[in-house]
Design a protein around this ligand. Structure first.
Ligand code: SF4
Length: 220
């Protein structure tokens, strides 16, 4: 039966009224089988495959187009971390744990996917690598650069935090957050004893990583 006729008969069946239920079921099955063989004709299956391949190619092409227009398809926030060179042997355990658990300064990403695109040190006082690390991270499309908690809790804290933040923000137009993992309890106690953070200028710098006591203890 030509396709159009088959569809027409399916859309407006001429099933005679008054037949027993078993005959009605057989009539339905026959029609379903015909519809199935109509759908799965080899030529039709090939046609669907070609359409699907074309659709895939279109999605890919438009993805490249959107990217070239500055529209980022990935929703993950790209993060770069710069640590104090005093801790250059650090494997990043606390920072990466905090990033995974969204603790400390990473709590701002509670509802967001994140992707680490760079991790390096400042290369020692006075932080000569800040300039180059920023360039590299921008090439990897960084959204936010974190200056690690080590800059704040070191003995003494880094004296260049404000300069690093201002430089990176002005030069690259990216957001810079001071802090990564929560301040460990032992560091808070020692700096409280030393009076390190008594000046109000420290308040916004330590606030993102203060966390609660239980969390601070877990980072000791
Ligand atoms: S104190 Fe500051 S400049 Fe010195 S090594 Fe640490 S982060 Fe770098």
């Amino acid at each position: 039966m030509p396709d159009k006729m088959l569809l027409k008969s399916w859309a407006a069946p001429s099933y005679p009224a008054g037949l027993p239920r078993s005959s009605w079921m057989a009539w339905m099955c026959r029609r379903l089988m015909k519809i199935r063989s109509w759908i799965f004709q080899p030529a039709r299956v090939t046609y669907v495959r070609v359409c699907f391949t074309g659709l895939q190619a279109a999605v890919k092409t438009y993805g490249i187009f959107w990217k070239s227009q500055g529209v980022e398809m990935s929703t993950a926030t790209k993060i770069g971390i710069i640590i104090c060179d005093r801790y250059r042997r650090c494997a990043g355990g606390k920072c990466l744990r905090a990033m995974r658990n969204r603790e400390g300064a990473f709590s701002i990403y509670a509802d967001t996917d994140v992707e680490l695109i760079g991790f390096t040190t400042c290369d020692g006082c006075p932080g000569g690598n800040i300039e180059y690390a920023g360039d590299e991270m921008v090439k990897n499309e960084v959204d936010v650069i974190h200056l690690a908690t080590g800059l704040v809790v070191g003995y003494p804290p880094c004296p260049y935090i404000a300069t690093f933040k201002a430089l990176l923000e002005k030069r690259h137009g990216v957001k810079v957050v001071v802090g990564t993992h929560p301040i460990p309890k032992k560091y808070l106690e020692m700096h409280t004893h030393l009076g390190t953070w008594e000046d109000s200028v420290w308040k916004p710098l330590i606030e993102p990583t203060m966390a609660d006591e239980e969390v601070r203890m877990s980072y000791d």
